[in-house]
Design a protein around this ligand. Sequence first.
Ligand code: KIV
Ligand code: ZN
Length: 515
Amino acid sequence: MKKKDRVLIFDTTLRDGEQAPGASMNMNEKLEVAYSLEKMGVDVIEAGFPVISPGDFASVKTVAKNIKCSVICGLARCVKKDIDAAADSLKFAQQARVHVFLATSKIHLEHKLKKNPDEILQMAVDAVKYAKKRFSDIEFSPEDASRSEKKFLYRIIEEVIKAGARTVNIPDTVGYSMPAEYGKLIADIKKNVPNINKAVISVHCHDDLGVAVGNSLSAIKSGARQAECTINGIGERAGNASLEEIVMAIKTRSDFYGLHTNINTEEICKTSRLVSRLTGFIVPPNKAIVGNNAFRHEAGIHQDGVLKERSTYEIMTPEDVGFIGTGLVLGKHSGRHAFKVRLKSLGIELTDKQLDKAFERFKKLTDKKKEIYDEDLIAIAEDEVRLVKDIWAFVDLTTTSGAKITPKVDVVLKSKGKTYCHSSSGDGPVDACYKAIDKIIKMKGELLDYSIQSVTRGKDAQGEVQIRVRLNDRTVVAHGTSTDIIVASAKAYINAVNKAMSLKEKPKVVLNYTP
Ligand code: KIV
Ligand code: ZN
């Protein structure tokens, strides 16, 4: 296929995605996501907004140092200190981009920026010219473009291209546009900006009216060749356009679009799961492409059709998006080697030490659960590869509860070879369990969010508890899995304690920039 037929995928999970309330990730978690995006073949990773905080600066710098194949991008307002922060944080990147933005709609000019159009135009041009001193790859976004006056939009796009921008992004910042209208906007820009062929047109859509993906695809049909999106569609308010939906629409309907992306779609589900676990944002079961039910056929007529010929009810295969967990894989009699080989085929490689621990847990699980699915293996392995130190370890618990008695939980934990026990009562077994743990660890956590979902199938499925806890002056998202929900809850809480305590240690990157 020709170069002009390729749609570049610009992932902003680590910047706009992370702006979603409650979705914050620490530096190591961001790096983990960046590795996954790189493996998936994402063209550009927007790693953060470096000037906004020392933490964001350090995260962008870490991602820039470690990621080799994708372009790493930092966001900046049209001010020198933002552009300098972006340049400093990206100095080790193999390929760096700065993304400068400035609002262009009348509402933003009058109420937020209090500037007239000529002043805005000058600021944008000056910023791009300044950025040119430190970057060869510059993207410019007229924020709230879809509500901007068209003539002004054409003018500013033309001028920033003259000044050196090589990508012009057209954001539907507030998710206001409709697909036909947004597609037309892109077509109009192509028609009315004389030097537009010198830049790639990019799209960036928010999902306030539920049409972010529809808008992005409509724009692509009209000639946009970069799509800005996030994994699972996370982002400000209702979120951004979802990467997996845009990519799979382009791939599945190549007959309609005649385009392609560079994405290795088999990596999609793994990345989706990773982002969900790290942010604590659960993917709804009916979510397109990555939801648990996206490839499940329940109706008898559908099952019959799929068994006779898959394409009767399937437009993509689960394998296309790396949807794993369809088959029964290992059991009680499987050995360490089979376990290792199966994990490898799922894309998970553990060190010998991690493998020993994971295999021990797998064996324990085979005693409790007859059927072990790939999801069980992933849940076990993911627990072992976390970058969190096992300061506290779960040993055991006993619960006494019932409709007419106050629940009581006895908890046993271990730390540095010593065993600690405590028992507590509470409003429910989870509350009692967390109170007992608090007594042992001598800290008090504040539970902000609690959710449980089954991560494997069958009556003896493993439940995964995800929690958000305030501990040690930090808010952390943590998880725990078990076939017993109180044990899963305890493990999630201990994971949170270990995270909060590990995070207390010095970050690996020296924070040498203070905005
Ligand atoms: O939604 C938006 O307008 C943005 C810009 C910074 C591109 O996120
Ligand atoms: Zn945005």
